[in-house]
Design a protein around this ligand. Sequence first.
Ligand code: ADP
Ligand code: MG
Length: 203
Amino acid sequence: MNKENLLLLLETMANKIEDNKQFLTVLDAEIGDADHGINMARGFSAVKEKLPSYADLSTGSILSDVGKTLIKVIAGSSGPLYGSAFKVAGKIIGDSEEISYEQFVSSLEKGIEKIQFLGQAVENEKTMLDAMLPSLRALKERDNARDGLAFAVEEAEKGVEHTKEIVATKGRASYVGERSLGHQDPGATSYLILLTAIKETIE
Ligand code: ADP
Ligand code: MG
């Protein structure tokens, strides 16, 4: 993936998040405070506005700036979590003109590790990690982007489905306890949307 592909990917992410703004907010209304769609759309529309200013930046600097923008613009906990992950990815990608599959997988891995460090959550607590970690394992089992992302999206979908069957023990959804059962996690769902954007961009 080169810079042109990366800019296209960010635009696709912003469009998909905008399209799903209402859906994500409804999911968050069921178990949280009804702002996840609003948060994500605010963050990614700010990123979309910045795209023209990224023309002369390296791929890593673009990702770092996306992270800073998400942290600055998003009010909820998803801002620092997603934002820090993008910043970590930016550091790993550096000034690579072409992001290899190995670099992509390791930048995602380090980004997810950062989210785990910040949020102190593990799998099965009904968070975005329940889609992230299975998809990361899937990517590691494949050696190329096409197969890896197809498998990763499948596993993230299963992860999102699985969040319906578990009680939230981290984040706002933990306040509703058992009532979170039956509802899919908004953050796991937004991650599936972002991962799907990556899959479609490399097709
Ligand atoms: P807030 O919860 O502050 O209103 P959002 O609604 O934007 O923020 O984001 C909620 C999502 O953030 C949840 O659905 C969950 O996936 C994710 N999340 C919350 N807390 C954590 C955590 N400690 N670790 C990982 N993800 C978390
Ligand atoms: Mg919320």
